[in-house]
Ligand binder design. Sequence first.
Ligand code: ZN
Ligand code: ZN
Length: 217
Amino acid sequence: MITHHLSDRLLMAYSAGALPEAFNLAIATHVAMCDECRARLASFDAVGGAVLEAAADDAGVAMETGALATALARIKSARPSPRLKSVAAREGCLPAPLRDYVGGDLAQVQWRNLGGGVRQAILPTSQEASARLLYIPAGAAVPDHGHRGMELTLVLQGAFADEDARFGRGDIEIADEATHHQPVAEAGADCICLAVTDAPLRFRGLLPRLAQPFFGI
Ligand code: ZN
Ligand code: ZN
């Protein structure tokens, strides 16, 4: 049961093709796991299509008020299709969009130790934003940190909790400059997440800060 979803803003930007590759990866992976966000994305895709059609109909004339009404009507009539089934249940830990980046499932991931049993694997994406898989042993914590930009953290296995909430498989946390958190993996199962960020994280402790260039995060 997924309780933490993508924002409308992120889904719209994704639909418009306006995001860096790393963010596209996180959003495509959540959408592959989440019926609700897949249906909302379909609505935004339909609106984008309606706006383009209207522009074409008007032959270069700016969008008329009727086109907006049509677009809004299409949002309201958009219903989640019963054919859209969750794909996550049929697959291994990694949904399809991620497996292309890893070259397989979890067994193919090239982990690097960060200390304390925490491991990460940086995924190849364009430079504007970075994507990595994080492996957090049950009960262990990610270093306490703030954010200079936006960070999306998608749970693939296990669960973590921070000061604000609990995140299980499929949940996505959206963190920004205002967020300062210390995620801790739940006892019982090791936690694997996909984390993407558009700016280097701002670690509080001296050691993690010195180590940051080495880890590439
Ligand atoms: Zn969702
Ligand atoms: Zn964070």
